[in-house]
Every structure is written in structure tokens, then in C-alpha cells.
Design a protein around this ligand. Structure first.
Ligand code: ADP
Ligand code: 5GP
Length: 247
């Protein structure tokens, strides 16, 4: 493709939608694929803005018609899929495309498009993740503890897949994580297309290089350990303990 395909994945509540929306304010030429889903809209979500919301029957018809680049059942509950059209449109416009999809969908896309650039976002620790999920639920006026714990329960299993991604962001301080995401996009444009990144280029390339998984082991160790994941064996033990110390 003329542009670059970016895949961003993270445990739910890590802040990837926030990061992508901040990125799009700062960097032009990145399209965002709007997925289809069978889940019900949350808070102020609107059909055609965050997602296209549909029924399972309609989603199945779309699968049968070959309309998806990838699709998956996420949290064992709802179906989510990326329309092929998003890729076709970005290609036609010569834009980059950002897919916000789960680890299963990312594996499907990588199998078809090995050149896709994977970015995995980690929350700094389980407690912060739980607080973010809870704050988001409150802000959206829906508090579904079952859903919250379903998502937290999946987090460690998703995080174990971090090795499948070329870049790793720890979304602790938002501004820093946004700057890192921006640096990754600009650096990849530079590597891929020789696109000029002006006087900031050296700094941008340094920031992006520091986010490469290969350069991230020290930075990631405490985060992985906080999620009960042994960085070497990939084994995972812990969950989220009790939440008696939550705000
Ligand atoms: P995701 O898309 O990964 O499920 P969201 O972008 O919806 O996550 O973020 C979950 C919640 O965390 C939101 O309420 C968002 O405002 C908040 N959030 C995101 N990034 C940060 C951050 N760096 N610091 C504090 N809160 C954050
Ligand atoms: P949410 O319900 O919080 O919007 O999203 C839940 C999960 O579904 C997130 O991990 C998100 O990345 C993932 N997701 C969103 N759209 C798609 C998609 O089109 N395909 C796949 N495989 N996952 C998606």
C-alpha cells in the first residue's frame, strides 16, 4: 500500500482510543478504521463515529459476503470486525491507516500483511487499569461490574501477546505516550517513504527507537511483573486482588 498500516492493541481501558484520538489531532494523513460490532453503544457513542453497531445476524451476513479484513469474538461475548473498505479507501487516498483491534484480529491482519506495524499499549499496572476502566464507566453513566471484571480478567492474557508487536508504549503520563505514538508514526514514514521529518527528525527517531520492543526489556520488566507475567517464560499468575484500596 502507498500508506502504512498501523495496528494498535491493548487491554481494554489502557487508553488506546484516547491516544489515537490525540494522535489524529497532531498528525494528518492517518485514517482510522471504524469497525463493525455487535455490542451495544456505550455512553455518548454514535453509530458511524466510534463504531458501526449491528446485529449478530447482519454481522454474520457480512462475514459470509467477505466484507471483513479480520473479525473476532472479543471477551467471548461480542463480534468486532474491520471492514476491507477502510483499507481500500486509505489506499486510494494514499493515507496511513490505524486499526484499533484486539490481539486475535491483529494476528489475522499480520498473517495477510506482514508489513503492518504493530503497537502494543500497556497500562502501568493493574490498579491503574482498574481505576481507568471504572472512571470510564462512571463518565459514561454505566457501571457494570461484571463487564469490568470480564475485561480485567482478559488483560493479562492479552498482555502476554506483547511480543508479537514491534513497538510497546506504556501509557502512564498521557502527553508522553502521545508524543511516543506520534514519533512512531513519523519514524515509520521516514523509514518507509523517506518522508522528511525536518529538524525534529533525530529526536523523533530516538524516541521511536526507544519504544521498539527490542529496546524495551528494562522498561517493561516492572510492568509485566505487576501483571504477574514473567518476562522470560511468559507465564502468568496473578489477577487483580481485591479493590479495597481503590479511590
Ligand atoms: P481503551 O480505548 O484502551 O479501552 P480509553 O482510551 O477509553 O481506553 O481510556 C480508558 C480511560 O482511561 C478513559 O476514561 C481515559 O480518559 C483514561 N485515560 C487514558 N489514558 C490516560 C492516562 N495516560 N492517564 C489517565 N487517564 C487516562
Ligand atoms: P470496546 O468494546 O472497549 O470498544 O473494544 C473492546 C476490544 O475490541 C478492544 O480490544 C478493541 O481493540 C477491540 N476491537 C475493536 N474493534 C475491533 C475490530 O474491528 N476487530 C477486532 N478483532 N477487535 C476490535
Amino acid at each position: 500500500m502507498a500508506g502504512i498500516l498501523f495496528i494498535i492493541s491493548a487491554p481494554s481501558g489502557s487508553g488506546k482510543s484516547t491516544l489515537v484520538s490525540e494522535l489524529r489531532k497532531q498528525v494528518s494523513g492517518v485514517d482510522f478504521a471504524i469497525s463493525w460490532t455487535t455490542r451495544t453503544p456505550r455512553g455518548s457513542e454514535e453509530n458511524g463515529r466510534e463504531y458501526y453497531f449491528t446485529t449478530r445476524e447482519e454481522f454474520q451476513r457480512m462475514i459470509d459476503a467477505g466484507m471483513f479484513l479480520e473479525h473476532a469474538e472479543v471477551f467471548g461475548k461480542d463480534l468486532y470486525g474491520t471492514p476491507r473498505k477502510a483499507l481500500d479507501d486509505a489506499l486510494a487516498a494514499g493515507h496511513d491507516l490505524m486499526l484499533d483491534i484486539d490481539v486475535q484480529g491483529a494476528a489475522q491482519v499480520r498473517a495477510k500483511m506482514a508489513e503492518a506495524i504493530g503497537i502494543f499499549v500497556l497500562p502501568p499496572n493493574p490498579k491503574v487499569l482498574r481505576t481507568r476502566l471504572r472512571n470510564r464507566s462512571r463518565a459514561e453513566g454505566v457501571m457494570n461490574e461484571g463487564e469490568l471484571y470480564r475485561r480485567l480478567g482478559e488483560a493479562s492474557r492479552e498482555i502476554e501477546k506483547y511480543r508479537e508487536y514491534g513497538y510497546i508504549l506504556v501509557n502512564d503520563v498521557l502527553d508522553r505516550a502521545v508524543a511516543q505514538l506520534e514519533a512512531i508514526v513519523l519514524a515509520e514514514r521516514f523509514y518507509r517513504n523517506g518522508e522528511a521529518i525536518a529538524f525534529r527528525s533525530r529526536r523523533v527517531l530516538e524516541v521511536a527507537a526507544a519504544c521498539m520492543q527490542a529496546n524495551s526489556q528494562e522498561r517493561l520488566k516492572p510492568v509485566l511483573e505487576a501483571f504477574g507475567i514473567d518476562g522470560t517464560s511468559g507465564q502468568q499468575q496473578l489477577l487483580f486482588g481485591d479493590d479495597s484500596d481503590d479511590d
